[in-house]
Design a protein around this ligand. Structure first.
Ligand SMILES: NC(=O)c1ccc[n+]([C@@H]2O[C@H](COP(=O)([O-])OP(=O)(O)OC[C@H]3O[C@@H](n4cnc5c(N)ncnc54)[C@H](OP(=O)(O)O)[C@@H]3O)[C@@H](O)[C@H]2O)c1
Length: 285
């Protein structure tokens, strides 16, 4: 499996990243350092995670990694959509201490403070997208995309956008495989980054996952991540424990093994008992 996904415009997004939601303080610095040591070159953050400054410290002060060697994703918060989006992006760049991010996403299809069924949500999504298009043309973001967009949100954005989103970052795991949405993304040329691949930790004890792990001689986390990779997604698992982060290394996930059709089938069957672990964008107009 190729270690990166080619996005529109020739940007290479590493398939194996590190998530950082709910990771702060010295923990996130340690996690990023462990990730870099394990060969992970893709760090996922967001304005609302409030850890961009700590990630900058881990990257530029602790590891002193060259800027071009790491792919950084951040996201415009639902509190800063529309007219505030440009300033929000500038603040992200400042906190990360970079001239550009590799991927900048609209975090959520709804704007904070609006009702889910307000038609203003769609207007603010498009206004935010226009700001992202401008930032990309100025070289402040190498690629731009969305997160938590359902097929309807995507269609609407594509109608008004000058360029399509490169990525949709969405919840994807065997119990919430998002088959239809991933197909809609593929048809529109939008790459998918899977989040909550481990079911926020809760899928690690699933019997089907443990069985595949023992058969493959890998950990349950590696089985869940490999399932996402074999679906064509990039993955961004989160842990603040270095020994767990090491399990997310690209060399351990991409090389020398794969889940068999029977193992994939056993994991796919978990969708029969569907379960979502994170926020639900389906009612946002
Ligand atoms: N765009 C969005 O709206 C959105 C939403 C959710 C997530 N995300 C992104 O996706 C990333 C991943 O999603 P997620 O953090 O929600 O869930 P996840 O990666 O499925 O699971 C993370 C949880 O699993 C635990 N864990 C990790 N490895 C483990 C192991 N080997 N054994 C036991 N527990 C383990 C972690 O705890 P420890 O840290 O204690 O190890 C953490 O509580 C986030 O961090 C974030 O960057 C994006």
């Amino acid at each position: 499996m190729h270690p990166s996904i080619s996005l529109a415009g020739g940007v290479e997004m590493p398939r194996c990243g590190l998530g950082t939601f709910k990771a702060g303080g010295t923990e996130v610095r340690g996690a990023v350092s462990a990730a870099l040591a394990a060969g992970i070159r893709h760090i996922d953050t967001a304005a609302i995670y409030k850890n961009e400054e700590l990630i900058a410290e881990a990257l530029w002060d602790d590891a002193r990694i060259p800027r071009g060697d790491v792919f950084i994703t951040s996201k415009i918060s639902p509190y800063q959509m529309g007219r505030k989006a440009r300033q929000a992006a500038e603040e992200i760049l400042q906190r990360l201490r970079v001239d550009f991010v590799d991927l900048l996403l609209i975090h959520w299809p709804g704007a904070s403070g609006l009702k889910a069924d307000s038609p203003r949500n769609a207007e603010l999504r498009l206004e935010t997208w226009r700001a992202l298009e401008a930032l990309k043309s100025e070289g402040r973001a190498r690629a731009i995309g969305v997160s938590n967009f359902e097929a309807g949100h995507l269609r609407q954005l594509l109608d008004g956008a000058r360029e399509p989103p490169a990525v949709n970052q969405i919840e994807v795991h065997p119990r919430w495989p998002q088959v239809h949405l991933r197909r809609a993304c593929a048809e529109a040329g939008v790459a998918v980054t899977a989040y909550a691949s481990l079911g926020c930790g809760q899928l690690l004890s699933e019997p089907a996952v443990r069985r595949a792990a023992s058969e493959a001689g890998r950990s349950p986390a590696q089985v869940l991540l490999r399932w996402g990779l074999q679906q064509g997604c990039a993955v961004i698992p989160k842990s603040v424990r270095p020994e767990r982060v090491r399990e997310f290394a690209p060399a351990a996930l991409l090389q020398g093994w794969e889940l068999s059709a029977a193992q994939m089938g056993a994991l796919d069957a978990l969708a029969g008992d569907a379960c979502k672990f994170c926020w639900d964008p389906s009612n946002i107009l």
